[in-house]
Write a protein that binds this ligand. Structure first.
Ligand SMILES: [Zn+2]
Ligand SMILES: [Zn+2]
Length: 296
């Protein structure tokens, strides 16, 4: 084989290896007991029935992730999340219309969501909020105006049922904080996959909002997020996977699941300069308090 052909063959096999790695799940982290995955999407992680949900939770529990909150994006997902929470007592649900699907809110869906939110295994109204990234890029995404209206409805719902409000915020920091201030925030507000800078973090903390950090906090270019993770007081910090997305470093791009949570919890412990055991205990206790869920 000529050198050029060898090079080409090598490039091709590198590409194939990279592709293979992208589909490969990360290895199990060393166990870190006491954790709760504050935000995941079990259906998108391959959960279909009671058996597959149990398998995901068994895997998570083997590395110390005892409980998870599975979050719905739309009505179909919300109905599934409630059933999944009935299948396995380690699973709790959060239901709402994601800002992308904010246009689905009408009299019927509002009544159904309200009924679901009152279910004892539904522990939060979410994810709701504002997403300014997708409008204009995706025809399926609700306009900012529609998102605002649906967000306000969810804020009111959380207050009426007395459950936490779980916020999705993408490139909408200012409007999101303003809408919450104007409407009056519920007692517990969880900024899921916190992605703001230190100023937004401070403003959230000043208002008593909880900041939930995903794998993004471990990414190489996430210095500002690590500053945010350092300045949050003990009682306001949470950890989540947002699986199957946002797999922590060094497995970025590979499939994420709740069992990967210890990687992110360890990254947070390092940023805050505390032992990983202590960090895990705090993160777990905060999630149980925020969602009002018992020890496993
Ligand atoms: Zn989200
Ligand atoms: Zn999510």
């Amino acid at each position: 084989m000529s050198d050029a052909l060898t090079d080409e063959a090598e490039t091709l096999s590198n590409k194939a290896a990279k592709k293979r790695r992208r589909r490969e799940p990360p290895p199990d982290p060393a166990p870190l007991p006491g954790l709760v995955d504050a935000h995941t999407h079990l259906a998108a992680c391959g959960g279909r029935d009671a058996g597959s949900v149990r398998a995901i939770l068994d895997h998570a529990q083997a590395v110390g992730v005892d409980q998870v909150v599975t979050v719905a994006d739309d009505m179909v997902d919300a109905r599934w999340a409630v059933v999944a929470a009935e299948w396995d007592d380690r699973v709790y649900a959060a239901v709402a219309l994601h800002p992308m699907h904010a246009g689905d809110l009408n009299d019927e869906t509002a009544a159904e969501l309200e009924q679901m939110v009152r279910h004892p295994r539904v522990v939060a109204v979410g994810e709701t909020g504002l997403d300014y990234y997708w409008p204009g890029k995706s025809d399926d995404c609700a306009s900012p105006e529609v998102q605002h209206e649906t967000f306000r409805w969810h804020i009111d719902l959380a207050k009426r049922v007395g459950k936490p409000l779980m916020i999705h915020n993408r490139e909408a920091d200012r409007d999101l904080l303003d809408v919450l201030a104007a409407e009056g925030a519920p007692d517990t507000v969880i900024m899921h996959c916190f992605s703001g800078d230190r100023n937004v973090a401070r403003e959230c903390v000043d208002r008593g909002f909880m900041l939930s950090f995903a794998g993004t906090v471990s990414f190489a270019n996430a210095e500002e997020l690590r500053v945010a993770a350092e300045l949050v007081p003990d009682e306001l910090i949470l950890v989540e996977t947002d699986a199957p997305f946002l797999t922590p470093h060094p497995y970025r791009g590979q499939p994420n699941q709740s069992y990967c949570l210890p990687y992110t919890a360890r990254a947070i412990a390092e940023v805050r300069g505390v032992s990983e055991e202590e960090m895990a205990r705090l993160l777990g206790a905060n999630a149980r308090r925020a969602y009002n869920i018992p020890l496993p």
